[in-house]
Design a protein around this ligand. Structure first.
Ligand code: AMP
Length: 216
């Protein structure tokens, strides 16, 4: 099963992708995570991407398309994948179709996570993760049970994303509207688009996604 999670930054794509990964034995392919790893490693891709990401703009299509194309050829993707943060432009969506056709793979479902944008800035600027295990927290909505200690692994170091600042979030939301939202009709036309309520609680969103997948 190959899926796409679509929605603006802060909609919960990463959270839900991690859950689906475990429940369905799929691989989460987050282009944002791949780029952050490239930035951290100081690779050429990372050097090219860093400034663009910090400003909240989209990294050039060619770079992203090449990155995903290489990734879905790897053996672990044969069992199925969840694309999180890709495609983000019509060009990327078309390139994905060509890639899948060439590799004899099929897209089963595109799930749009619908959210009220007024709350996104708040959701994003308060979020942080455990530096050891990646568990997600929020300053107001999801604090560790013991302050400063990760519930999941006991880690005591936490990290925030460099691009989770108010100004950058607004630029990222604008990029979603102008460059990413136009791909929704593209998938609607193919009959694979379904929406879930990204404002519901985390478990409820997972249930809605499961229902969509069950019916697909
Ligand atoms: P994300 O973690 O998905 O919010 O992505 C963080 C940043 O990485 C974005 O704001 C973009 O700068 C860049 N990025 C991630 N995925 C893509 C993509 N598919 N196309 C272009 N830029 C991307």
């Amino acid at each position: 099963m190959n899926l796409i999670l679509l929605g603006p930054p802060g909609a919960g794509k990463g959270t839900q992708a991690k859950r689906l990964e475990q429940r369905h034995n799929l691989i989460q392919l987050s282009t944002g995570d791949m780029l952050r790893a490239a930035v951290a490693s100081g690779s050429e891709i990372g050097r090219k991407a860093k400034e663009v990401m910090d400003a909240g703009h989209l990294v050039p299509d060619e770079l992203i398309i090449a990155m995903i194309s290489d990734r879905i050829e790897q053996d672990d993707c044969a069992k199925g994948f969840i694309l999180d943060g890709f495609p983000r432009t019509t060009r990327q969506a078309e390139a994905l179709d060509a890639m899948l056709a060439e590799k004899g793979m099929k897209l089963h479902s595109v799930i749009e996570m619908k959210v009220n944008e007024d709350i996104l800035v708040d959701r994003i600027i308060g979020r942080y993760i455990c530096a050891t295990c990646g568990a997600g927290y929020h300053d107001r909505y999801l604090r560790p049970k013991v302050a400063g200690v990760c519930d999941n692994c006991g880690g005591t170091e936490f990290r925030r994303r460099a691009d989770d600042t108010e100004d950058t979030v607004r630029t990222r939301l604008a990029a979603y509207h102008t460059q990413t939202a136009p791909i929704l009709p593209y998938y609607q036309g193919k009959g694979v688009l379904q929406a879930v309520d990204g404002m519901a609680g985390i478990d409820e969103v997972t249930d809605q996604i499961e229902q969509v997948l069950g019916a697909a």
